[in-house]
Design a protein around this ligand. Structure first.
Ligand code: ADE
Length: 254
């Protein structure tokens, strides 16, 4: 997969050299290029922002450098990328969207700072390619860079050959299938007893069916406790009798 990232702080992306994503890049699974937006300015101050029309606090990113940058980056490839613009006003980034992005051959990320990018930039490229404004949560960051780190990591780990164990992603929280709309429950490793605390005996039993059932019980309990709105949205079709019992233990009407 090819990924282009345009930002006024390319140095923010140093973590993409490390660990899982760093290795995926070394192995050629991920081809990530960073671009300095200011390289497409033409004044001595390399200006990328200006005051907002209509007044108000803060500054807005000027359209001209963004237009030149996106034109240049997208011209250097076959076809068009899917353009992702991180913003707290965007559609929510979810595991489902991460999976959709993992199936794309080419993503381009445009990191805004300040109050955002002049809206005409998005309108311009919507006519040419798929453009998504995407938010990673209901809070405001200082810019899109950290949001892009989050998205690249979530997408990158889904690419074939990136995770050591191909099955690791299938039982993630939120993964489609049995973990759809469920949080993963607790996990344990050796030793079997630590500071007087035993690992749940069922996990040492070797009984795969019972272990799977216990894990599902724990996933349901954790979802109910930490994300009651997710638990309330679990559709009846996907719940069996035992699921309903576990959900009703804590007073949910499943
Ligand atoms: N830029 C600033 N805050 C953001 C958020 N929550 N998600 C995506 N981009 C952002």
């Amino acid at each position: 997969m090819r990924i282009d990232i345009i930002s006024i702080f390319p140095e923010y992306f140093a973590p993409l050299d490390v660990s899982l994503i760093g290795k995926a890049r070394e192995r050629g699974i991920l081809d990530i290029s960073l671009h300095q937006l200011r390289d497409w300015t033409h004044d001595v101050h390399r200006t990328v922002d200006d005051s907002p029309y209509g007044g108000g606090p803060g500054m807005v990113m000027k359209p001209e450098p963004w237009g030149e940058a996106i034109d240049a980056v997208t011209a250097a490839g076959a076809g068009e990328p899917r353009l992702v613009v991180p913003t707290p006003s965007g559609r929510p980034f979810t595991q489902e969207l991460a999976m959709e992005y993992a199936a794309e051959p080419w993503l381009a990320f445009a990191c805004g700072r300040y109050e955002g990018i002049d809206a005409r930039v998005i309108d311009e490229y919507r006519g040419r390619m798929r453009v998504d404004e995407v938010g990673i949560g209901d809070y405001v960051l200082a810019g899109g860079e950290v949001a892009v780190l989050v998205m690249v990591e979530a997408v990158g780990r889904l690419l074939p050959g990136v995770l050591g164990n191909e099955l690791s992603a299938t039982d993630d929280s939120f993964a489609p299938g049995t973990m759809r709309n469920l949080l993963e429950g607790p996990v344990y490793t050796k030793p079997p007893e630590w500071r007087g605390r035993r690992v749940p005996e069922i996990l040492l039993s070797g009984h795969h069916g019972k272990i799977a059932r216990w894990r599902r019980d724990e996933a349901l309990r954790r979802t109910l406790s930490n994300r009651p709105e997710l638990a309330a949205g679990l559709d009846d079709e996907s719940l069996d009798k035992r699921d309903r019992e576990v959900l009703s233990e804590r007073g949910a009407d499943a």
